[in-house]
Ligand binder design. Sequence first.
Ligand SMILES: [Zn+2]
Length: 145
Amino acid sequence: MIDTIPLPFTADPIDAPFWEATLRSQLVVQQCAGCQAHRFPPRPMCPQCQSLDHRWRPLSGDATVWSYTKPQPPLLPAFELLLPYVVVLAQVAEDPHIRIIGHLMSKDGGITGVDEAGLKIGAKLRVAFRQHASDVSIPGWVLVD
Ligand SMILES: [Zn+2]
């Protein structure tokens, strides 16, 4: 039985810089060196111009709610232990095409039973990070008053 939430493999060379940035509480996305398009999740080739060259662009951490859901059982046991919680699809401020999924978090980093007052499409969010292991910090989202 799986009793902890599945954690990402953070040593893959394609997305390792993303996970290294999260350990510094920084959100980054790839930016194509050819056409300047942002892309997320990380991948080796630009889907717009097929360039293999990119840089990692830091983001402000500001976003808005593009969508959200409240998961219901049946879930993996580790996720059932977190109920009730909300999963947010956040549209980052720098690019409306970049959307990053994460838990809705309280200001103190909690996931379970977060106050949902103000949660709606378009609500302002700020990225937050929750450390799950020495090499894994996962971004989530806090509602901005
Ligand atoms: Zn490109």
